[in-house]
Ligand binder design. Structure first.
Ligand SMILES: *Cc1c(COP(=O)(O)O)cnc(C)c1O
Length: 371
């Protein structure tokens, strides 16, 4: 009855919710530390919460499907035109639109060996072959080699996924290197630049800051993706955006269902975008706390890749990540086990100072009692 392609799809295992830990371990809600999904540990801006309360009465009406206000705000923020923006239920949905809209006949899509799991899910749903680079981290030389290999097999390449910074490893390509790469890619290949963690990377290193306005004016085959789920603290509202040439946006609009984001999500995003102080404070805290995680890792025998995002991925020679993650869960701390990516590693979202102190204490206890 169902599509053959579904057989190859492993149902995406989302980060564990607080409710599960409450149920399974009987831990109280306010004692649970959720650092498994790269959400903003400070929650969302007070102004957003006020807006949600003030606009709750609009729940009965369909949203403004033109998304006029948020598109205008995003255009002003990025220096683009509003016809160069599409808004989705998370940037996930924009990835889905791209995969649905592209012509995958006799084509493949290219992505890094270890990267955001949803690229593969949406590519498989679209029935397109997937080619992955050999290295775990993004390596543009390998991307280009793979691209040329596919071409020499007489295959088209419908899309290339670049995740900057990359989830779940945290590394980030330089913006200039990506531009040089795109110049070598044919115009009928869509280059998808996923900037879900760009706010953190741009703060840490200007060389890792991608400018969507520049990309869109320089290349007709690029789409830049951003989200309100991470730095802006709106994971629960499901809202993200894509920025590309008008021609690309028009094509994606053809596969977009009407009313794909809710009225409240649109208003929350609008207010979140304007409350820069809230986001900037978080980004600074993230950078300072990241240094503490790096110290902690070095002092306790963990290795890591310097991260340009709001998480750090740790590995330890003598530790099985699955065991450590399960143990942390039993103590009320949710982190992400990367065993499903084929890695003996755990990804921890950088939390608030208090949360991080607790994580450090617990992991030290684990090391003392399990070694
Ligand atoms: C979280 C994330 C997204 C998108 O999340 P949405 O909540 O769907 O906006 C996209 N790409 C990467 C790499 C992410 O980590």
């Amino acid at each position: 009855m169902f599509k053959q392609t579904l057989k190859q799809i492993v149902t995406y295992e989302a980060g564990k919710p607080i409710e599960l830990v409450m149920r399974e371990f009987g831990i109280k809600q306010d004692e649970i530390i959720k650092l498994g999904s790269n959400e903003n540990p400070y929650g969302t801006s007070a102004k957003v919460i006020q807006t949600l309360q003030d606009n709750a009465y609009k729940a009965s009406l369909y949203p403004d499907d033109s998304m006029y206000e948020l598109k205008n705000a995003l255009s002003a923020r990025f220096g683009i035109e509003s016809k160069e923006v599409i808004i989705g239920a998370g940037s996930d949905q924009i990835i889905e639109f791209c995969m649905q809209a592209l012509n995958h006949q006799n084509a493949c899509v290219i992505m890094a060996k270890v990267t955001f799991a949803m690229y593969e899910v949406y590519a498989r749903l679209a029935g397109v072959e997937i080619c992955k680079t050999a290295s775990e981290q993004h390596n543009l030389t390998e991307f280009l080699q793979l691209y040329n290999e596919c071409k020499s097999r007489n295959m088209r390449i419908s899309a290339v996924f670049l995740c900057v910074p990359n989830n779940p490893l945290g590394e980030c390509l330089d913006a200039q290197a990506v531009e040089d790469f795109i110049k070598q890619i044919d115009k009928d290949t869509l280059v998808i630049i996923d900037g879900a963690y760009q706010e953190f990377a741009a703060h840490k290193d200007a060389l890792k800051a991608f400018n969507p306005a520049h990309l869109v004016s320089a290349f007709e085959n690029v789409i830049y993706l951003g989200t309100f789920s991470k730095a802006y603290g709106l994971g629960g509202m499901r809202i993200g955006y894509g920025i590309a040439s008008e021609a690309i946006i028009n094509m994606l609009y053809k596969v977009r269902p009407p009313f794909n984001v809710t009225t409240l999500s649109l208003q929350a995003a609008l207010v979140a975008l304007e409350d820069r102080a809230f986001v900037e404070k978080y980004i600074e805290s993230n950078a300072a706390q990241m240094l503490l995680y790096e110290d902690f890792a070095r002092e306790n025998g963990f290795s890591f890749i310097p991260s340009y995002a709001n998480f750090i991925t740790l590995t330890h020679k003598c530790i099985e990540s699955t065991h450590l993650c399960d143990w942390l869960l039993s103590k009320g701390v949710i982190v992400r086990n990367l065993a499903s990516y084929g890695l003996n590693a755990l990804r921890i979202t950088i939390g608030t100072p208090q949360q991080n102190v607790r994580v450090f204490e617990l992991i030290k206890t684990y090391l003392q009692t399990h070694n």
